[in-house]
Ligand binder design. Structure first.
Ligand SMILES: C[S@@+](CC[C@H](N)C(=O)[O-])C[C@H]1O[C@@H](n2cnc3c(N)ncnc32)[C@H](O)[C@@H]1O
Length: 256
């Protein structure tokens, strides 16, 4: 089992992108990958995920921790704890910070971690951060496209703070594709924002953040995540919230 110190050192080690790192220099200009990038991502999140200049500032522990109001470590550890060593797990989209390294470490040398992201820059950055983990593979694909990942192929699927960043139509397709990837008896874990309770002191601040920077986030709260796919009927669901309801963890276990 990893110790807390080992986790902390891995998080620090993987978090500082070096602009001179060849892995961050894509073969050809970023625009040549533009066709693969969904329109919503280009319009709303170019600054966050498609620009190497901001990546090197955003992909830092202090920034990730600040964005999640000091809850990043707890949310990452709670998600990772849902999986066990030796499993084959799909991580839906890259995440800034040490999340993928923690997950790879949790699965261990006998496990397998597949990370899929639609942005070439993020794929290159994740490859750099996971270079020391032979159990990890990262590739580029759009998770909202049917057949993007193999069906019934994974013991576990982890979707960490992706759904609030995609429009409803793509969100439904992503949830459906991810549920399809879970083998019978396997588990899917969604960690994301949740509508905070009425008394939450950060509610007005978060409303402003969502309005200004996260144009699709509020639509996530309109319905339960699992209601986005008819496949959810084949799963047992458990939802927990924390930090005054601002964050949710939804765990589905596939029957059979
Ligand atoms: C996981 S989400 C947000 C995570 C969180 N804000 C963070 O980075 O700490 C960000 C990633 O989702 C990816 N992404 C968005 N739409 C996607 C899609 N349809 N398929 C695959 N990856 C997608 C983006 O390229 C980006 O790397």
């Amino acid at each position: 089992m990893p110790t807390v110190n080992r986790e902390a050192s891995i998080m620090l080690a993987v978090m500082e992108p070096n602009p001179a790192d060849p892995a961050l220099h894509l073969p050809g200009p970023l625009a040549s990958y533009g066709d693969a990038i969904p329109a919503y991502l280009r319009h709303a999140y170019s600054w966050a995920y498609l620009d190497p200049r901001t990546l090197r500032w955003l992909d830092r522990p202090a920034v990730v921790s600040a964005i999640l109001w000091g809850n990043a470590n707890r949310l990452m550890r709670d998600a990772v704890a849902e999986f066990v060593p030796g499993q084959r797990v799909l991580q839906a989209a890259c995440v800034y910070g040490g999340f993928s390294a923690l997950l790879a470490q949790r699965l261990g040398a006998h496990g397998a971690l597949d990370v899929v992201d639609v942005a070439a820059l993020q794929v290159a950055n994740a490859r750099r951060k996971l270079a020391g983990f032979r159990q990890a593979k990262i590739w580029q694909a759009d998770l909202s496209v049917s057949g993007c990942v193999a069906a019934d192929a994974y013991d576990g699927v982890c979707c960490f703070f992706l759904l609030h960043e995609v429009p409803e139509a793509e969100r439904c397709r992503i949830v459906d594709n991810l549920l399809a990837a879970v083998r019978p008896g396997g588990r899917i874990v969604f960690v994301d924002y949740h509508r905070p309770r009425g008394w939450h002191p950060l509610r007005p601040v978060m409303s402003m953040v969502f309005r200004s920077f996260e144009p699709y986030a509020q639509s996530l709260f309109a319905a339960a995540i699992e209601s986005r796919s008819a496949r959810s009927a084949g799963f047992e669901w458990t939802k927990t919230t924390c930090f005054g309801g601002l964050y949710q963890k939804l765990v589905g276990t596939r029957r059979g």
